[in-house]
Design a protein around this ligand. Sequence first.
Ligand SMILES: CC(C)(COP(=O)(O)OP(=O)(O)OC[C@H]1O[C@@H](n2cnc3c(N)ncnc32)[C@H](O)[C@@H]1OP(=O)(O)O)[C@@H](O)C(=O)NCCC(=O)NCCS
Length: 189
Amino acid sequence: MDTQPVLVTDRLLLRPFDVADAPVVQRLCGDYAVAATTLLPYPYPDGLAEVWIASLSEGIERGEAAAFAVTVPPEGNLIGGVRLQIDRVHARGELGFWVGRPCWGRGYATEAVGAVIEYGFSVLGLHRVYAVHFSRNPASGRVMEKCGMLREGRFREHVRKWGVYEDVDVWGIIREPAFRTGTRIPSPL
Ligand SMILES: CC(C)(COP(=O)(O)OP(=O)(O)OC[C@H]1O[C@@H](n2cnc3c(N)ncnc32)[C@H](O)[C@@H]1OP(=O)(O)O)[C@@H](O)C(=O)NCCC(=O)NCCS
């Protein structure tokens, strides 16, 4: 059974989600601006946050996902989330992330996503981390670029969002043989 650690960055603490986070998740993800560039529903229904948070533990325990609540010390306010969907066969993870609109533009997404990429490589032993974003959402691509990911291409009309087929851009990063630490990390996968 896999468990998940707390990740600490310069300004953030990334911890597992707790059902007590549900009201804040509903408020932040219920923002039209967040729903518009993700596959989240709008309006965000009552009860969905509780169900979503409860559903995370199964994937984490099976080693098929990691999901971090992004919080700002010392108050510990929840401002966002980063999730990694893990494909163990291919040792790769797909990132998804969001930050609540009041906290946009402060570099928080970049800091949190960078920490989860490092976690994916150095702890989970992933070989590749990738993510997609709506092509009309360049801020997300910029976060990926700042995290060292490369833009690999565009899937045309890959996703249907609110009845409209949307292009998505694909970004990825491959673990270097000596990722960050200078030491080759054996893969547990
Ligand atoms: C995308 C998102 C995560 C960015 O969060 P954030 O904390 O504001 O991100 P950061 O501050 O780390 O970086 C944002 C970067 O995008 C840039 N940016 C913002 N709007 C932009 C735009 N319209 N075009 C190009 N770049 C833009 C910012 O200037 C910044 O880059 P810089 O540091 O070079 O100036 C946040 O807006 C969000 O949660 N959006 C809704 C959900 C979503 O889209 N999630 C991603 C799905 S893949």
